[in-house]
Write a protein that binds this ligand. Structure first.
Ligand code: DUC
Ligand code: ZN
Ligand code: ZN
Length: 456
């Protein structure tokens, strides 16, 4: 099938220009002025912005957490993703304790294959480091997994020596690691204190995980990375204090990549003091911070000190959140976000002049594609690239509400918020998958075997 998208404005990581786009089968074949192509279906995109399909490099679909499973699986999660303009996600295939990496990977393929409506890749989350696991690393690269994840908190956390050994091993193959930076041992102590004082409500959650807990872990992680002499990624950065550690490491010549998420830009700790059990919706880790932290992260985005914006989509219904009604530590941590990332970044980033259109494109398409080894197959609108493309209506106005979303959720964290812009049409490898904001093609997503990344 051939399409000619005529009259639109093409956004890349470097410029915004009027151009027509010709798609044939799975690929973009030309981007240029005033094209005529009689055998192509013509789509008039006058007044629309054309973005490369957005990439969300941080989702958790079909993940077991605190004795329950995330509300979104690959079916609902990827439909929500593509409806919001995201044509590729990278989820975390997870090695549970006692499992091999291959078992973890096979498990994630079982969850995702054949039921994904956008393309998908996997990072490998390592929770136990043994000589056998070390031997499996080359097999991961052969399977298209070039990025790895570690947690410094939760029961799956790895110790400093493990991070050191894992980074050394990954470095041999040119891979990259992203780490959830929070000091798990100190969190356990602060939780004990909250419980002892009888503070069992969600308001105790941020108190048990202050910014210093993130900053210390960022510092320790970057100290380890410096010893190994390897670039690394700090995922879902939430705080000014954590950012200062990154600045310091960079001043000392270290290469550090940083990801943040819309919730850390647009929400603050006030959400932990809502009536009833409402605050449970916002129990995420790291927790929401202050307005000053929000502003620090926006400034860092504008100055291109933060490289990617992902979501950490990890959804639980209000019913699931009730598990922690009498004890905040039993509230499954996480919130949805995969469906609303682009509209939030457009409305509160671009339209409020906090970031430019080209920066939005970099943060949500070009940079994740480069960092995670998918560029130029994805992340840009260039001849030869996958025809993953978002036709963005910049004037569409709506209000975020749970009842309109495809995420398998009974609430929306940004309920009632007025937003502007919409993914009107979305192509996934040349197939029109979203029309008038509705998913019209399901299960067309395929596994993306990734190469080694490079964002320099
Ligand atoms: N944080 C969350 O809030 N949920 C899942 C994983 C994570 O790191
Ligand atoms: Zn995390
Ligand atoms: Zn996460």
């Amino acid at each position: 099938m051939k399409y000619l998208l005529k009259g639109g404005t093409v956004v890349s990581g470097t410029d915004v220009r009027k151009a027509d786009v010709l798609i044939e089968d799975e690929k973009i074949v030309a981007v240029s002025d005033d094209m005529i192509q009689d055998d192509a279906a013509l789509i008039d995109v006058t007044g629309k912005l054309l973005f490369p399909g957005f990439i969300d490099a941080h989702t958790h679909f079909d993940l077991e957490v605190s004795g329950t499973v995330t509300a979104d699986n690959f079916d609902t999660g990827t439909k929500a993703a593509i409806a919001g303009g995201t044509t590729c996600i990278i989820d975390f295939a997870t090695q549970n304790k006692g499992e091999t990496l291959q078992e973890g990977l096979a498990n994630w393929h079982k969850k995702a294959d054949g039921r994904s409506s956008c393309d998908y890749g996997f990072h490998m989350a390592i929770s136990e480091w043994t000589p056998q696991v070390s031997d499996e690393i080359p097999e991961m690269f052969e399977a298209g997994i070039t990025s790895f994840k570690m947690y410094m908190t939760y029961s799956s956390r790895v110790r400093d020596w493990e991070i050191y050994q894992i980074l050394k091993r990954i470095k041999e193959y040119g891979g990259v690691a992203g780490v959830h930076c929070e000091n798990g041992e100190l969190i356990d102590e602060l939780i004990k204190e909250q419980k002892k004082a009888g503070n069992l409500s969600p308001s105790a959650h941020p108190v048990s995980r202050p910014s210093s807990i993130e900053a210390e872990a960022v510092n320790r992680f970057l100290t380890i990375a410096k010893l190994v002499d390897v670039p690394v990624i700090v995922v879902h950065l939430s705080s000014k204090e954590g950012f200062r550690e990154i600045e310091q490491a960079r001043e000392n010549g270290q290469r550090v990549y940083v990801e943040t998420c819309p919730q850390y830009l647009l929400m603050d700790e006030g959400r932990y003091y809502l009536p009833g059990f409402e605050s449970a919706k916002y129990v995420i880790s790291p927790p929401l911070r202050t307005k000053a932290d929000n502003e620090c992260l926006w400034k860092a985005l504008k100055e291109e000190q933060i490289d990617t914006v992902a979501t950490d989509h990890c959804s639980f219904t209000t019913g699931q959140k009730e598990m922690g009604k009498d004890d905040f530590t039993k509230i499954p941590n996480g919130m949805p976000g995969v469906e609303t990332r682009a509209v939030l970044m457009y409305t509160f980033g671009v339209l409020e002049d906090r970031i430019s259109l080209t920066q939005m494109c970099k943060l949500m398409a070009e940079n994740p594609a480069k960092l995670y080894g998918m560029y130029p197959q994805k992340g840009c609108l260039e001849p030869g690239s996958d025809a993953d493309l978002v036709i963005w209506d910049p004037n569409y106005e709506s209000r975020i509400t749970a009842k309109d979303q495809l995420q398998n959720m009974d609430y929306a964290p940004f309920e009632g918020l007025s937003v502007k812009g919409r993914a009107e049409k979305v192509f996934l490898r040349g197939v029109l998958s979203v029309e008038d904001g509705k998913v019209i093609k399901e299960n067309h997503g395929k596994y993306i075997s990734r190469k080694r990344g490079n964002l320099d």
